[in-house]
Ligand binder design. Structure first.
Ligand code: PMP
Length: 429
């Protein structure tokens, strides 16, 4: 079969008739499949069920520093949980504050503190005429929602397989003191799966910023989420803390992470890691907000994951479930769409998403067609600030939740919808 772009009108019409007939068959099957959000599958959740047995009524509920985990106290986390989260965030336990159940809350709170109180003596951001934020695209919709909630103007910056376009980032950050920060998902990024190259990390740490209080929100949500247990097939990322310290900007970053996609989303442990000056400032503000977080949850996570030493083995089990799903998605895309040459997609080595780019102007139509055939995708546009993908081409594929057979059926539908939308567009032109 030739590329769609090389087909005559008559050939396109024949192909359209075939693809439409296939689509109609799929609609008639009455499927109900969901690839909208990056939720772990039931089989993945089962991997952490033994954690629920770690603490029972007979367990020792005293942390190593003598804290009774059943009672009030300890603002920044018990020592064993700090060591666990330090392993996850690639940092020292002293630089870690263990928080509640979600890193998203931690990021929202960090932004709220910057807006309300400022940082390291600089003016609170809500007293400034404008606050702007760099958003590598495609990116994570909930990051964008945080900016929108605070009235922060978002500026999209192109991502490639090495991270954000650093020439553009450096230009924007140097030119305008209203540009106060950037979202970064440095490893197995949501949704492209890209991992930042060392050079990108060094440039982020060292670039000249017009705003002295410029902040990198380093959301390492997929720090240990590899598909392969073989180190040679895993991505690594340079430590932003070390890079910032070496560049003479030690307070420029805030690292975030959680065990959401390690144990149980919504019932895990989140943390922030930062420079000593930022840790002191955050604790000062948190002192008014909380007495402490859930130490029983911290204790069982620390014990279950052996304070970080058990992470690799546990994540290898997740990887064994995730790897085949990503392999299936990329294989089906390849089988169905490579000849027609109407799309590109990423092939990550970890994380939760494949980023798909169809022909410009078709993403909304593809998602609508898929919905019509019973397959729910992430909304088109979600990967861009304000839900506005100017090319209307990007779709986030989230293969984790459905079992393999269902995923196969969903990919059948998705690929058919891509072809249908591409053909409709070519014939309308
Ligand atoms: N950051 C990124 C990049 C994510 O993809 C997700 C989950 N989809 C989160 C944060 C949410 O993490 P948490 O459950 O810790 O709030």
């Amino acid at each position: 079969m030739p590329r769609y772009a090389d087909m005559s009108k008559a050939e396109l019409e024949t192909e359209l008739a075939q693809v439409r007939a296939r689509y109609d068959e799929m609609v008639a099957r009455g499927l109900s499949l969901n690839m909208a959000r990056g939720k772990p599958s039931a089989a993945q959740l089962e991997l952490s069920l033994p954690m629920l047995d770690v603490l029972d009524a007979d367990a020792d509920l005293i942390a190593e520093d003598g804290t009774d985990c059943r009672n009030y106290g300890v603002l920044d986390g018990i020592p064993e949980a700090k060591r666990l989260m330090a392993a996850l965030l690639d940092d020292e336990p002293d630089n870690v504050i263990v928080l509640g159940n979600a890193s998203l809350t931690a990021m929202y709170d960090a932004m709220a503190r910057l807006m309300l109180f400022g940082t390291q003596g600089a003016a609170p951001w809500n007293q400034l005429p404008a606050v702007k934020w760099l958003c590598p695209v495609p990116g994570y919709d909930r990051h964008f929602t945080i900016c929108e909630a605070f009235g922060i103007e978002m500026i999209p910056v192109t991502m490639d397989e090495h991270g954000p376009d650093m020439d553009e980032v450096e230009r924007l950050v140097a030119a305008d003191e209203a540009v106060k920060g950037i979202w970064c998902v440095p490893k197995y990024s949501n949704p492209t799966g890209a991992t930042y190259a060392d050079e990108v990390v060094r440039r982020l740490a060292a670039m000249d910023a017009a705003a002295p209080d410029f902040r990198i929100f380093w959301d390492n949500a997929y720090a240990v989420h590899h598909f392969s247990a073989d180190a040679s097939e895993q991505d690594t990322v340079l430590d932003i803390a070390v890079a910032c310290a070496e560049a003479g900007n030690p307070d420029r970053y805030l690292k975030f992470g959680s065990t959401s996609k390690i144990t149980f989303p919504g019932a895990g442990v989140a943390a922030v890691a930062a420079s000593p000056a930022n840790v002191a400032e955050i604790k000062r503000h948190m002192n008014a907000q909380a007495i402490g977080h859930d130490k029983l949850n911290q204790l069982r996570h620390a014990r279950f994951l052996n304070e970080g030493a058990g992470l690799a083995e546990h994540m290898a089990r997740h990887g064994a479930l995730m790897g085949p799903k990503f392999e299936l998605v990329c294989r089906r895309l390849d089988e169905e769409l490579t000849e027609a040459a109407v799309a590109t997609w990423t092939t990550p080595r970890g994380g939760y998403f494949v980023s798909f780019d169809g022909p410009d102007g078709t993403a909304r139509r593809i998602v609508e067609l898929a919905k019509g055939a019973g397959v729910t995708m992430t909304g088109a546009g979600a990967t861009w600030p304000y839900g506005n993908d100017p090319a209307d081409g990007n779709i986030r594929i989230a293969p984790s939740l459905p079992p393999l057979e269902e995923l196969d059926a969903a990919m059948d539908v998705f690929c058919c919808c891509v072809k249908l939308a591409a053909l409709e567009q070519l014939l309308a032109a």
